[in-house]
Design a protein around this ligand. Sequence first.
Ligand code: CTP
Ligand code: MG
Length: 220
Amino acid sequence: MTVVALVPAAGQGTRLGLNRPKAFVELRGRALLSWAVDGLFESGAVDEVVVMVPTDMLSDARALVPSARVVVGGAERTDSVRAGLAVAGAHDLVLVHDAARPLTPPAMIGRVVQALRAGASAVIPVLPVADTVKQVDADGAVVATVDRARLRAVQTPQGFTTEALRAAYEAAPNELATDDAGLVERAGGTVLTVPGDPLAMKITTAFDLRVAQALAQEQS
Ligand code: CTP
Ligand code: MG
């Protein structure tokens, strides 16, 4: 079975607030995109990588990740994933992995692919939620305390049979989702979880970038 990894890298990084798209921000002198693509190949579990970037970053991206296919993404993350799916070669399995998760351990990527090879059609890496989570109303007043024991924070790469992911995207041509498994759930599919890893943290804010800098320093 062969595997293609789609890497959404077409976001602007508004919450990070630097002067360039997030995937091109550097961590210890290397763009986040480069970290993410290298990790995918290092896992040994991936045959092809397709990266989706903003239009004006096409040539920069091609220079940064020469081993990947680079195409233009879309306005929303789901549009970018669609753009990647449209050009990906014929593979049995698809991973979707945020460029914004530079320190994702290759072994974790391997766990996702292994679960797919064992027969799952959709697999997501998850972590337990450490903080108590409360639901609030529009004014910020607490409505309910959610049972933390049943909550999981979701990471990437998320893995799918190509058939399951294509079907989910085709079933919801206009829907937006913050993760790809969400579309598979809506299409009635079963999504399996495997253990994630704190190192697969997503860089969203300046604080996250500081944490990742420290972690990368420690690892080198
Ligand atoms: N992404 C994408 N296409 C979009 C939006 C997001 O490919 N239209 C990618 C981002 O580049 C990132 C991943 O999806 O690798 C996760 O999205 P997020 O963390 O929200 O990144 P941004 O959208 O860039 O950040 P922000 O929401 O703060 O602007
Ligand atoms: Mg975003």
